[in-house]
Ligand binder design. Structure first.
Ligand code: ATP
Ligand code: MG
Ligand code: MG
Ligand code: MG
Length: 464
């Protein structure tokens, strides 16, 4: 059936509630776990239970969890299926049901509730997981050649060097069954999309990498809401689903662009805006504010990418709060905190956008000069000036340069950053006139700004 995004969310949760799962609200994007920057998966709020540090209140739970994955930031708009912000639908068993039941329900949900034709589904198992292979073949009835064995990189889940871990099994949807069964290459994303991942937490791994079976085995699953929406709404990518497309249309309207007629590059910019605006709305609603550190830096980087892509579309002046209004509208029925914090979201966006626009204009001029005819590479010191004085994250300089086929000397950038830190350290000890003089000269050459600059090396490392 053609189902709306909210209907998919609801049907998933209801399916598992009908099977004695407790429906729990999404946890915040800011995890309780101090070692993790942002909530990256539905299991994260349950990690203490899986690690045996906390006792589960319910043996079964189901959630639609807000997630942010910064590792996918470069994929946004470029693949059809990756977002920074997305919702992961999940069903969890804490020492209750296990592999056979989890597979049976995943199959029933996919083929009966969402009515995906079985002949369009291909599954993967961990190469050594003969048990999962046998369940798919004998209990579900999937032909053996449509059950693919995959290596540990993709199909073995670990929470860290030691602790609970186990094999996974994924379900893929085939957009082109007419191509036949001869070559079922799940890596080919023009044909297949992974939409459901089942993790069978069945071992404990010790310091010596030995696996011992867990007494209480767990189930952790994740289904991408936007991906299921793409499949059921029969649109070419996640961005054109009802979960995101209205945001894109607002941005396109401001830019005076007709999405359907737009070229590929324009569509990528619109998709980046659609994705990132949704992300920042939820991040601010969950209490994050822009800064040069950690998750605050992620937020700042996302807002800056929105502003820059807006300029690529020809939008002059401030526009992010208007686009955010659509994202807030879409989110508020399920996430009331977004509506409650609407004013805060607008203020934060406005402040960041205005500050960035100011420096962006000056930085863009400098960068254009640096990319004069015939230039193949931007020197590390120049990339550092853009970073330090104009607030251009290294990734942004790289992105702009790459559009012109120009590379950036990253090693030189790092060296310049290090030198500056050594200088500022030394400045506390002695006053070095030569260094101060050259800094003054540099400042004059590139026009002084109010921007205070980034001084934290780690913040850029975190979001890489
Ligand atoms: P992929 O291989 O496509 O990058 P993944 O294997 O990294 O996905 P998992 O970690 O298994 O994804 O997450 C469980 C599910 O969450 C996936 O099957 C997918 O439906 C969804 N998902 C994962 N990453 C994203 C993302 N960046 N954007 C949207 N949905 C995602
Ligand atoms: Mg991934
Ligand atoms: Mg995968
Ligand atoms: Mg996966």
């Amino acid at each position: 059936p053609v189902l709306s995004g909210p209907a998919i969310r609801e049907q998933f949760l209801r399916f598992f509630a009908d099977r004695q799962h407790q429906i729990l609200p999404s946890a915040s994007l800011v995890p309780e776990d101090p070692t993790v920057l942002l909530t990256i998966a539905g299991m994260l709020p349950f990690k203490p239970i899986f690690l045996g540090q906390k006792i589960a209140e319910f043996p079964r739970a189901t959630t639609s969890q807000k997630c942010i994955r910064t590792n996918d930031i470069e994929n946004v708009g470029r693949t059809a299926r990756h977002h920074t912000f997305f919702e992961m639908l999940g069903n969890f068993s804490f020492g209750d049901y296990f592999k056979s039941q989890a597979i049976a329900w995943a199959w029933e949900l996919s083929t009966k509730v969402f009515q995906l034709p079985p002949e369009r589904l291909v599954v993967s198992v961990f190469e050594e997981d003969d048990e999962a292979f046998a369940i798919w073949r004998d209990e579900i009835g999937i032909p053996a050649h449509r059950i693919q064995r995959m290596g540990a990189d993709d199909n073995f889940w670990v929470s860290g060097p030691t602790g609970p871990c186990g094999p996974c099994s994924e379900i893929y949807y085939d957009f082109h069954p007419e191509l036949g069964d001869e070559k079922l290459d799940l890596e080919d994303d023009s044909r297949f999309i992974e939409f459901y991942n089942l993790v069978f937490m069945q071992y404990n791994r010790d310091m010596g990498e030995n696996l011992t079976p867990l007494e209480k085995k767990n189930i952790d699953t994740g289904m991408g809401l936007e991906r299921m929406a793409q499949i059921l709404q029969q649109v070419p990518n996640n961005y054109e689903t009802d979960l995101i497309f209205p945001i894109i249309q607002t941005a396109a309207g401001i830019a005076g662009i007709d999405y359907a007629q737009a070229d590929e590059k324009t569509k990528v910019s619109l998709k980046v805006i659609g994705d990132h605006v949704r992300a920042v709305v939820h991040m601010i609603a969950d209490g994050i504010s822009a800064s040069n550190l950690g998750r605050g830096y992620v937020l700042r980087r996302l807002i800056r990418r929105v502003v820059r892509h807006g300029r690529l579309l020809g939008i002059e002046g401030e526009f992010t709060t208007k686009v955010a209004a659509t994202a807030i509208d879409l989110a508020q029925p399920v996430y009331p905190n977004v509506l409650e914090r609407q004013t805060l979201i607008e203020q934060e966006l406005q402040r960041e956008e205005a500050a960035f626009l100011k420096t962006l204009e000056r930085g863009e001029k400098l960068l254009a000069d640096l990319m004069a005819d015939g230039v193949k590479e931007i020197a590390g010191v120049d990339a550092f000036t853009l970073y330090d004085t104009f607030g251009f994250p290294l990734e942004l300089t790289q992105e702009i340069a790459e559009e012109q086929g120009i590379t950036v000397d990253v090693e030189g950038f790092k060296k310049a950053m290090q030198e500056q830190q050594e200088r500022s350290k030394a400045a506390h000890e002695t006053i070095d006139l030569t260094v101060q003089e050259s800094l003054d000269q540099l400042a004059n050459r590139i026009h002084p700004t109010e921007f205070l600059g980034y001084t934290d090396v780690q913040s850029s490392a975190i979001v890489k």
